[in-house]
Structures are given as C-alpha cells and as structure tokens.
Design a protein around this ligand. Structure first.
Ligand code: ADP
Length: 168
C-alpha cells in the first residue's frame, strides 16, 4: 500500500488537513488553481495572505483554510518554466514539494493534497512535473497521506499511462 494516490478532481473540495496552492510571489491570488482556492476559501484568505510579505519561488507559506474543508492552505510558488534553465527549474520545483511537505508535518497534518504545481500557466512539461511530484512525495512525505489531484484531462491521461500504480 502506498501513501500516495493520483486522482482527477477539484482540489478545493478536498476534506483533509491541508491543500497546496500553486500561488504567485505576491500571494494575493491569481488565475488557475490559485483563483479557485481563493474563491472557495472566501475573502478572509487573501487578508491573511496579505500579512505574509509574499513568497519566493521554491518556498512555501501556510495559512488557515477558512471556508474550505481543509484546515490549512500551503501556498507555494513554482518556477516559470524555461527550457534554457531546466535544471534550475527542477530544483525550484523540488523545493516547492519539500517545503510544503515540511510545513504540513510541522503543523501536525496527516493528509495533504497537491495540484500539479507549475504545470498550468507556468508551463512546466507535464510528465516531468508529475515525475518531480512523485519523487519528492515519496522521499519527503512518508508520514503523510498524500493525494495529487489533477484537473486537466491531458495530464490525467499522462498519469494513467505512466504512473498507473498510483492512479485511482
Ligand atoms: P501554475 O501557475 O503553477 O502553472 P496553474 O494554476 O496555472 O498554476 O496550474 C497548475 C495546475 O493546477 C494545472 O495543471 C491546472 O490544470 C490545475 N488546476 C486548475 N484548477 C484546479 C483545481 N480546482 N483543482 C486542482 N487542480 C487545478
């Protein structure tokens, strides 16, 4: 039995301890999964985010979940993908997962859900983004029940094909 499952859905409906937000450095909301999380959490979330002083790429910060079912939102800022700087992008994406998982454990979370960070507007190649996510969760998420919740059909197909042991 693995503590990681990959599934299709909307991360805003996750009813565990924490969901991860693919935020931008301002932490003040944006499009994609960030917009969806802020809409579902309600206006108190952006108020708390505004007190945090932003977040650097590769780092993560935690807030309460407000109207979400999840207790916490862990906001992490993924790299904007550049094929010229792919090694650096990979390190930064790895850091997003590691820092998010550390914050979850520090806050006594038992369960956490991730979107596929950087794989939307930020343009990270989708299969590679999944590889990084799975690697890091296997290495640093051993004490947590982890879900990767995929939204877009193309990424779901890639996951079903390449990582079917985790697909549910
Ligand atoms: P980034 O800027 O880090 O690329 P995006 O929000 O553009 O962030 O996309 C990250 C991933 O989140 C994409 O694969 C996108 O399809 C997915 N996504 C968008 N909305 C949701 C949602 N409600 N639940 C889960 N994943 C979502």
């Amino acid at each position: 039995m693995s503590n990681l499952i990959i599934t299709q859905g909307d991360i805003t409906t996750f009813s565990g301890d924490a969901i991860v937000n693919a935020a931008n450095p301002s932490l003040l909301g944006g499009g994609g999964v960030d917009g969806a999380i802020h809409r579902a959490a309600g206006p108190e979330l952006v108020k708390e985010c505004a007190t945090l002083g932003g977040c650097e790429t590769g780092n993560a910060k935690i807030t309460k979940g407000y109207n979400l079912k999840a207790k916490f939102v862990i906001h992490t800022v993924g790299p904007i993908y550049s094929s010229k700087h792919s090694d650096e992008c990979k390190l930064l994406l790895e850091s997003c997962y590691k820092k998010s998982l550390e914050l979850a454990e520090q806050n006594n979370c038992k369960s956490i859900a991730f979107p596929l960070i950087s794989a939307g507007v930020y343009g990270y190649p989708k299969k590679e983004a999944l590889e990084v996510a799975i690697d890091m969760i296997r290495n640093y998420g051993k004490n947590l029940e982890v879900q990767i919740i995929l939204f877009d059909k193309e990424i779901c197909k890639i996951a079903q094909k390449n990582f079917k042991d985790y697909w549910k």
